[in-house]
Design a protein around this ligand. Structure first.
Ligand SMILES: Cc1ncc(COP(=O)(O)O)c(C=O)c1O
Length: 394
């Protein structure tokens, strides 16, 4: 008996990576040894203190039951102290912080808490694909706003104002931006807050990349909305602390927003494993030196990835922040998706086509920095050989 799936799944499709990584696995099982520069999953370890605290907590039988929906006061306090230290933003640990099982789950919970079926949600094009798939899953309508290189990958407020914003409840914003690596700007945050106040829109700022390869002070959206009137912010341990598989994130917001999201969350998941919470508390106290050393590794890797894109004739902004390099294809490549598939099947290196982040990404490709320098050097070698052979073809 085949039960038809719910209508909400229509047109959503499986997450691109879930499908493409199956393809990569299949190639590997045929003995191809694909170098995967697709997903931004840190391959470096969390700090030693993080691991030690987690192991210690694992050995305590009291830590294996259900944890509190809001997580422990100790974790929320550590998160508040970290926000003050990193972003100079004051958060009340009892009412303005909600630890999450990664920020991705927050995207769903926030949308369920604030958006009705049929409402519109402003979504960056290009942007993290989960914003639009979650919006469609809950029966709302994505209203894409353009980010283009000519406008520094920032929203164009004139064209935002021209949109029909009736029933537009929320806007997803993400700086440092994925996939373009564009750094946050205080002026743009100020403009966003003005725009949101005028149109009564909740700005959801997704902020997982501020500590990766960012040589300026990381910015919180609350620098422009200190009273937390119209913004919330997601943050993540995945990239900043090399803890992607641990599933730790947080939402910072006014107590009213925290309560609304908790109403959804507490009906869906059953809290964060206490041992993970203990590790997360330690991670928040990682020294500046720990972060600098991690960034130094990424910096070396970036240089090799830059060579890969140079060898393909792509161009890129050297000031990018985050775990990726985003590069524009030369005009001579007409079908970029086909070109990247050729690299996958013939050079055995997986690079992500920019179209998966939205139509404004269609002339771009993205490479992750989550591979060892030696692996990246091998990817460079394979791609150079492949590119020379392609050029030599009549
Ligand atoms: C912009 C953006 N937001 C959110 C996430 C999800 O992060 P987390 O692991 O905290 O769920 C990612 C992960 O790649 C991302 O790139």
């Amino acid at each position: 008996m085949i039960i038809p799936t719910a209508r909400r799944l229509e047109g959503i499709g499986e997450y691109y990576f879930s499908k493409k990584l199956d393809e990569v696995r299949k190639l590997n099982s045929q003995g191809q040894n694909i170098i995967n520069l697709g997903i931004g999953s840190p391959d470096l370890a969390p700090s030693e203190k993080t691991i030690e605290a987690t192991i210690k907590a694992l050995n305590d039988p009291r830590n294996h039951g259900y944890a509190a929906y809001r997580s422990s006061p100790e974790l929320r306090r550590a998160m508040a102290e970290w926000y003050l230290r990193i972003y100079q933003v004051k958060l009340n640990p009892d009412s303005e912080i909600l630890p999450l099982l990664g920020s991705k789950e927050g995207i769903l919970y926030i949308s369920l808490a604030f958006v009705n079926p049929g409402d519109k949600v402003l979504i960056p094009n290009p942007g993290y694909p989960a914003y639009s798939s979650v919006t469609r899953l809950i029966g709302a309508e994505p209203e894409y706003y353009d980010l283009v290189d000519e406008n520094d990958w920032f929203p164009d407020f004139k064209s935002l104002e021209k949109k029909n914003l009736t029933n537009c409840k929320m806007m997803w914003v993400n700086y440092p931006h994925m996939p373009t690596g564009k750094r946050a700007s205080r002026k743009v945050f100020d403009n966003l807050v003005d725009f949101a106040k005028t149109h009564k829109i909740l700005i959801c700022h997704d902020n997982p990349y501020g500590l990766v390869l960012n040589d300026e002070a990381p910015l919180s959206i609350f620098s422009a909305d200190p009273l937390k009137e119209t913004c919330l912010e997601l943050n993540s341990f995945s990239k900043a602390f090399n803890m992607a598989g641990w599933r730790v994130g947080l939402m910072a917001a006014s107590p009213q927003v925290v309560d609304a999201v908790l109403q959804v969350k507490s009906n869906v998941d059953s809290g964060m494993f206490t041992a993970v919470q203990k590790g997360a508390i330690e991670a928040l106290n990682n020294s500046d030196q720990w972060h600098q050393e991690r960034n130094q590794v990424y910096r070396q890797r970036r240089q090799v990835v830059e060579k890969i894109f140079n060898c393909l004739g792509f161009t890129f902004d050297l000031k990018q922040v985050g775990l990726f390099l985003w590069a524009r294809a030369p005009e001579s490549i007409v079908d970029l998706q086909k070109f990247l598939d050729e690299i996958l099947y013939e050079a055995h290196v997986f690079l992500v086509p920019g179209f998966i982040f939205g139509s404004n990404g269609s002339r771009y490709a993205r490479s992750s920095l989550c591979a060892d320098v030696a692996v990246l050097e091998e990817a460079l070698r394979r791609i150079s050989v492949w590119a020379s052979a392609k050029k030599a073809k009549p």
